[in-house]
Design a protein around this ligand. Structure first.
Ligand code: DLZ
Length: 166
């Protein structure tokens, strides 16, 4: 299966950590909100399905994906937040803007993650068109939001295992 055909909602779920005491922050871009709402729902539902408590899931909206980095940093700097999930959709081909936005967000999120030593997850779809976005937001290819939430859970499990920050 090529990565383009991967179902984003299918993953290995052995040995997941107990996340009932973890607090998550979901940062959601309002651009292409009909799709980012589906990413949010996927991420939220996955966190709940694997043990997160609703009160421990925070949400913050930002205007567009470019602002995800700062939104993520504000949450990541909070001591009571364990992991941040950044959700956005940048359609390639519509404008050259996408090159700048995608690179800036990918780099920015990496920086926030390393600076705060917390999982900050890149839940940004970068499809060629809206159809591909919909296919990956609860469509035939699953939901990038599910994948992003599972990635956060697994990174918290790894952090726990190697006792970082204890
Ligand atoms: C300006 C812009 C464009 C052209 N396209 C998108 C997009 O496809 N997805 C997205 O999330 N945001 C887009 N934006 C908005 C930028 O992310 C940003 O909000 C503005 O440039 C203001 O900084």
């Amino acid at each position: 299966m090529s990565s383009a055909d991967k179902n984003l909602s299918v993953f290995m779920t052995e040995n997941l950590p107990d996340i009932s005491e973890n607090r998550f922050a979901l940062v959601v871009a309002e651009w292409n909100n009909e799709v980012t709402e589906k990413l949010f729902q996927g991420a939220y539902d996955t966190l709940i399905r694997y043990g997160a408590i609703p009160d421990n899931i925070l949400r913050g909206n930002v205007p567009g994906s470019f602002e995800l980095t700062l939104g993520a940093q504000w949450f990541a700097l909070r001591e009571d937040v364990d992991a941040v999930i950044a959700l956005g959709v940048v359609i390639q081909g519509e404008t050259k803007h996408n090159d700048y936005i995608n690179h800036a967000v990918a780099q920015g999120i990496t920086n926030v993650s390393l600076k705060t030593s917390k999982p900050v997850i890149f839940g940004v779809l970068t499809p060629n068109n809206m159809e591909q976005a919909v296919d990956r937001a609860g469509g035939v290819h699953g939901n990038k939001g599910d994948e992003a939430a599972m990635t956060a859970i697994k990174m918290l499990g790894l952090k726990d295992k190697i006792s970082i920050g204890k």
